[in-house]
Design a protein around this ligand. Structure first.
Ligand code: NPQ
Ligand code: MG
Length: 377
């Protein structure tokens, strides 16, 4: 019997190497909640993919903090729970997939460290390296965009994804395509368009893109199915897919031909594997998305991306794409555009204590009897 003894919540802020702009906003730091969970036998780390604003999804850091502290932690503290049983224990809380995923990641890490097994091994992910792409934010000028793309290609990234928004789309993408006729190139709109913008997509359809990611409103599978029927280029859904059930519905409706899988968005690594399984059974390629994770979440993404259905390069970029100094030892891109899947127990990474302390802006320890309390710093 191994009880969950404590959960430590921590908000960290880590400077980004360059601002990252999408159709929903711009970030200059990565602000994320980390979780350290202690059982009788081990500790585990989890990272929540939510950001400071509800721009990508409904969830955001201040809310995740309350959700974990007041609703998730008390359902698990003192309990003898496995990661397989966690979903059931938290089922009384509806939604909040990112908060739940962070708890699951920490529990899986603790469990697997105790068992001496890696996450990839536990998931049945056989590959030891994964193909990596990179997501390029919206830049002030086309020159800066071309320069950044050039830089990432010279590092070896196998696929370039351009963030687009209405007004900063076809011309930019065409410029990149003309400079690099043969690369794997895709775009991501983060739901910024409507079906009335079909002419933009018809123009993009001429540029031999690998995919168009999340063009339309995140709740609208039907409109994506209508748009997909108008295009040669595959639509990939990101924000619209919050579970394996969503994945099955989207595929059956013809709303997409590719699925972006993010463990945080679907409520955890185990549900992410179920999305993978559904897509794989339908012959739909998947790839691993990214949320600017520190080394903790990045390690989880690499394990997931090692599953056999992940046949396209992911947004599993190197630590250096986002951070001057990561919280863990950095993940490094090989010149061939691949990264090694961690092999150590659990996530296979440990954050450096001094870096964690230096990045922490808020800390609170939770225990069953309610002792612990907050420490502001
Ligand atoms: C996407 N990620 O695929 C997301 C969007 C995204 C790598 O393009 C802070 C935290 C800022 C998470 C900006 C990539 C973010 C974020 C964009 C996620 O849609
Ligand atoms: Mg996306």
């Amino acid at each position: 019997m191994t009880r969950i003894r404590s959960v430590e919540l921590r908000l960290i802020a880590l400077p980004l190497v360059r601002p990252f702009r999408t159709s929903f906003g711009e970030d200059t730091t990565k602000d994320a909640i980390l979780l350290r969970l202690e059982t009788d036998d081990a500790e585990g780390w989890g990272e929540c993919v939510a950001g400071p604003e509800p721009g990508y999804s409904e969830e955001f850091n201040d809310e995740v903090w309350i959700t974990i502290r007041d609703h998730l932690a008390r359902r698990i503290l003192g309990a003898d729970l496995s990661s397989e049983e966690l979903g059931g224990a938290l089922a009384g809380v509806r939604g909040h997939p990112m908060a739940k995923a962070a708890v699951e990641m920490a529990l899986l890490d603790a469990e697997l460290r105790e068992a001496g097994r890696s996450l990839a091994e536990h998931l049945g992910a056989g590959r030891d390296r994964v193909a990596c792409g990179v997501s390029v934010g919206i830049t002030p000028t086309v020159e800066e965009l071309l320069e950044q793309v050039e830089g990432y290609l010279s590092e070896g990234y196998q696929r370039i994804k351009l963030k687009i928004e209405p007004g900063t789309d076809v011309e930019r993408v065409r410029a990149v395509r003309e400079a690099h006729p043969d690369i794997l190139l895709s775009v991501d709109a983060n739901a910024a368009y409507a079906l009335e913008d079909v002419e933009v997509f018809r123009a993009l359809d001429e540029l031999e893109l690998l995919m168009i990611e999340q063009p339309l409103f995140y709740e609208d599978l039907l409109q994506h199915a209508k748009l997909q029927r108008e295009l040669r280029t595959a639509i990939c859904l990101d924000e619209s897919i919050r579970s394996a059930a969503d994945g099955a519905a989207a595929i059956e409706l013809g709303a997409c031909r590719i699925v972006n899988i993010k463990q945080g968005r679907v409520g955890g690594i185990l549900e992410a594997r179920r999305v993978h399984d559904v897509a794989r059974a339908a012959g739909v390629p998947v790839w691993c998305g990214g949320m600017l994770e520190t080394g903790i979440g990045r390690a989880a993404n690499l394990a997931l991306a090692a599953l056999p259905g992940f046949t396209l390069p992911g947004d599993t970029s190197a630590s250096s794409r986002y951070f001057r100094q990561d919280l863990t030892d950095p993940f490094v891109l090989e010149p061939d555009g691949t990264m090694a899947v961690p092999t150590g127990p659990g996530l296979g990474v440990s954050p450096h204590a001094d870096r964690i302390e230096g990045a922490t802006v808020r800390l609170e320890r939770l225990e069953k009897n309610g002792l612990g309390g907050g420490i502001a710093s």
